[in-house]
Write a protein that binds this ligand. Structure first.
Ligand code: BG6
Length: 489
């Protein structure tokens, strides 16, 4: 007998193409397990893993059992629930480049009303996969496809992929994932900005002096060097994650919560980003590459010593840059973006620094810098507003305080991981936190001149020891404007 949720929810298959890959093992399976544990998947939902390797379903289940378990936080792991999750899995071995191989997949999904197909494969296969899926009808109205980044390596290749995919799928069926949009603090940014009256009048030039966005990682490229070496930090992180964060900070209030209204505003920001001339690239960007050092208390290889990295690689593992948004709200407010591997610690933050008072009645010795609103994305999630208050006592001494604006200390509600949140969005058909085609292409249109500039300037990456905050030129970029990166202040 079927349960109530089974009868009300349409039947659903989740197909993961590339099911034996890193993304599937580390992120997708654990996130689907969490969704299962918290009853966000209807009982009849099946998860079909697809890969080229010849495996029986039982072997696939054993493999997932061995590999993905480790990526589920111990606190959330329940053996019985994990076992019932594994029961949802089945496996299909197929060569994704061969059209006839798609018939069995069609056969498996044909009695299901809805189908989410996650392309966790190399992006150069996307066009071909979509064409083959369509040839067996797996592009019907109940189908949604999820495309992992990187979508292309420049504007032209991104347009090509988008054109090809659009031959078979409507834009509303396409979920271009950027997992940073699934992070709690990032989603909270919109609420904080648009549900509170006090920030809006100050959220602009000249009241904001600068915005910093840092996504720092303490690990190196590890086993992904093959992919990473032809990608680099600008394409891997800035083109997508950091620009998405910038959009969330800088966008105007959308006219509604409709996904297209929100995405329209993000596109406007991307269109207003100042395109860099060769001179800007030289002055306002810093490329870095890590050398051997110590991270997380351990000796770390330099990038050139990593397996699969050519000894003369010029790929950047670090980028810092300054940019401007040429519109009325943000005129002349510098936005500093920074990301890198093998940095001192894993730390992702957005720091909105407000301008100082034009005149202060307090003696200079007492002046405590500025007001800042800081959004911590990871490893800790927090939002705090830095203010100045009076030190209790008889004198008039100033004291900096951090006003916590997040619910971490007061709410015991579970915080879903980004992929879980976004997978549930896909299942429910919520497009808000996915990139629309024009958004993605606009981001590439801004990145391309930087890539071309580096090439024209023959800009070799500046070296930085693993475990530091990147090349000194990154601090110099800030110092030029009398600013410092947040952790240095
Ligand atoms: C991915 C990049 O998109 O994001 C990786 O390809 C990077 O290189 C990862 O390590 C960082 O994600 P998170 O959520 O761990 O900050």
């Amino acid at each position: 007998m079927s349960t109530p949720s089974e009868t009300s929810a349409p039947s659903l298959d989740i197909v993961i193409l590339g099911a034996l890959g890193d993304l599937s093992l580390r992120k997708l399976m654990p996130s689907l397990y969490m969704a299962h544990l918290h009853e966000s998947l209807s009982p009849s939902t099946r998860i079909i893993g697809v890969s080229r390797q010849l495996l029986q379903t039982t072997e696939f289940i054993n493999f997932i059992d061995q590999k993905s378990r480790a990526f589920i936080p111990e606190l959330n792991f329940q053996e019985a629930s994990w076992q019932s999750f594994l029961h949802r899995l089945s496996y299909l071995s197929m060569d994704l480049s061969q059209e006839p191989a798609y018939s069995p997949l069609k056969g498996m999904c044909q009695n299901t009303q809805e189908c989410v197909i996650y392309l966790a494969t190399a992006p150069h296969l996307f066009a071909q996969i979509c064409s083959h899926l369509a040839s067996v009808g797996l592009n019907h109205a109940g189908t949604k496809i999820v495309l992992e980044k990187p979508l292309g390596h420049n504007l032209l290749s991104a347009q090509f992929i988008n054109d090809q995919v659009a031959k078979y799928y409507q834009e509303a069926q396409i979920y271009r994932i950027d997992h940073y949009l699934g992070k709690e603090t990032v989603q909270n940014l919109m609420v904080l900005r648009f549900a509170n009256a006090i920030f809006e009048p100050l959220w602009r030039a000249p009241y904001i002096r600068s915005v910093q966005i840092t996504v720092a990682e303490s690990l190196g490229v590890g086993s992904r060097a093959g992919f990473y070496n032809s990608t680099g930090a600008l394409r891997d992180m800035v083109q997508n994650h950091l620009l998405q964060l910038l959009c969330m900070v800088a966008m105007e209030a959308p006219i509604s919560l409709d996904p297209d209204d929100i995405r329209d505003e993000k596109v406007r920001v991307l269109r207003s980003l100042r395109k860099m001339s060769l001179y800007d690239v030289k002055r306002d960007t810093v490329r870095g590459q890590y050398t051997a050092g110590i991270t997380n208390g351990q000796l770390a290889n330099g990038y050139l010593e990593e397996a699969q990295v050519p000894a003369d690689s010029q790929t950047e593992t670090f980028v810092a840059l300054r940019t401007f948004i040429d519109n009325a709200r943000w005129a002349n407010v510098p936005f500093f973006l920074r990301t890198g591997k093998c940095l001192q610690k894993r730390q992702s933050e957005i720091v909105v620094e407000f301008s100082s008072l034009p005149f202060s009645i307090f003696p200079q010795s007492q002046q405590i810098n500025t007001n800042r609103l800081v959004f911590g994305l990871q490893p800790q999630e927090y939002i705090h507003l830095e203010m100045v208050t009076k030190d209790p006592g008889t004198g008039m001494h100033l004291h900096p305080v951090k006003l916590s604006l997040d619910l971490l200390s007061t709410s015991t509600k579970r915080r879903a991981e980004a992929y879980e949140r976004l997978l549930i969005d896909v299942i429910k058909g919520r497009l808000t936190h996915f990139m629309r085609r024009d958004e993605l292409e606009q981001a590439w249109a801004w990145v391309d001149p930087i890539l071309a500039g580096w090439q024209a300037l023959n800009d070799r990456p500046r070296l930085y020891p693993a475990g530091t905050w990147g090349p000194p030129a990154s601090s110099a970029l800030m110092a030029r404007e009398g600013l410092t990166w947040y952790e240095e202040s």
